[in-house]
Design a protein around this ligand. Structure first.
Ligand SMILES: NC(=O)c1ccc[n+]([C@@H]2O[C@H](COP(=O)([O-])OP(=O)(O)OC[C@H]3O[C@@H](n4cnc5c(N)ncnc54)[C@H](OP(=O)(O)O)[C@@H]3O)[C@@H](O)[C@H]2O)c1
Length: 244
């Protein structure tokens, strides 16, 4: 049987790395992408030492030219893409600078540039990524696109102020995922958004409830089971549906 090929964005650390590790452990060929060459290569070496079939490609998801070049490169190196995981994301604390946090989070400090920058990475980039990989996905027998969203993107679950850029960008991702899902059903591609839960990564912090291994194991079960009738749905890591 043909090995499945998975493409993961933001794969050098956190949930992205764990997706690569667990997928490779299930005999997938994994294309691990990262915007930092050194960190990406290190992550790939770590997985290759475990005997996994993992390939590194550089990718900053904000850079459409780089996405297009990657699409051309992968079309000649791999037969198809079976699974695209749009995982790369940032929140208001990602840069580590208090100033950026306030400009993304606090009403009196908000900056349009900061909001738009996060919108680009979290909401727009997954759709632009997918746009470029539709031809590769169409060559798969059971192609799937998974956009990593958040419970913080749920409009109905938002009951407090603040956190404008992150909540807004994940809510936008949810709506863009719905639009994408309806378009891609016509191409035979299943598309969903998922909430990984609160996870112990650099973004989630040490107090988070789930380990990356637990969250990704749950999400991979969701991904394994999903079919075209699930297109446009928003799932939690435990397989239940998330309210919009
Ligand atoms: N952890 C949680 O509790 C939680 C909860 C809900 C949703 N999520 C979502 O889960 C996804 C993964 O988050 P995480 O917890 O693993 O966070 P993380 O540890 O901070 O990792 C974020 C990843 O995204 C990459 N990234 C950021 N901007 C990028 C860009 N422009 N191009 C390419 N890669 C980029 C980072 O690469 P660098 O190493 O180069 O920075 C890193 O690999 C995100 O979409 C996040 O919003 C996480």
């Amino acid at each position: 049987m043909k090995t499945k090929i998975a493409l993961v964005t933001g794969g050098a650390r956190g949930l992205g790395f764990e997706f690569c590790r667990q997928l490779a452990g299930k005999d997938c060929t994994v294309i691990l992408t990262a915007r930092n060459e050194e960190r990406g290569q290190q992550a790939v070496s770590q997985l290759k030492e475990l005997g996994f079939d993992v390939h590194f490609r550089i990718l900053d998801v904000e850079n459409e030219e780089q996405i297009a070049a990657l699409a051309t490169d992968l079309a000649s190196s791999f037969d198809s893409i079976d699974l695209l995981i749009n995982n790369a994301g940032v929140n208001s604390k990602s840069s580590g600078r208090e100033e950026d946090f306030l400009k993304n989070f606090k009403l009196s400090e908000l900056s349009p540039e900061h909001i738009l920058h996060m919108m680009h990475i979290n909401a727009v980039a997954p759709i632009i990524m997918t746009k470029h990989f539709v031809p590769h996905l169409k060559k798969s027998r059971n192609p799937k696109v998974v956009n990593i969203s958040s419970w913080l993107g749920s409009v109905s679950a938002k009951t407090n102020g603040g956190n404008y850029s992150y909540c807004g960008s994940k809510a936008a991702l949810n709506m863009l995922t719905r639009a994408l899902a309806f378009d891609l059903v016509r191409e035979g591609i299943t598309t969903i958004a998922v909430n990984p839960g609160w996870v112990q990564t650099s973004m989630g912090g040490t107090r988070a409830k789930l380990t990356p291994a637990e969250s990704v194991a749950g999400l991979l079960q969701v991904i394994e089971k999903m079919n075209i009738k699930d297109s446009g749905k928003f799932f939690q890591w435990d397989g239940t549906e998330h309210p919009w």
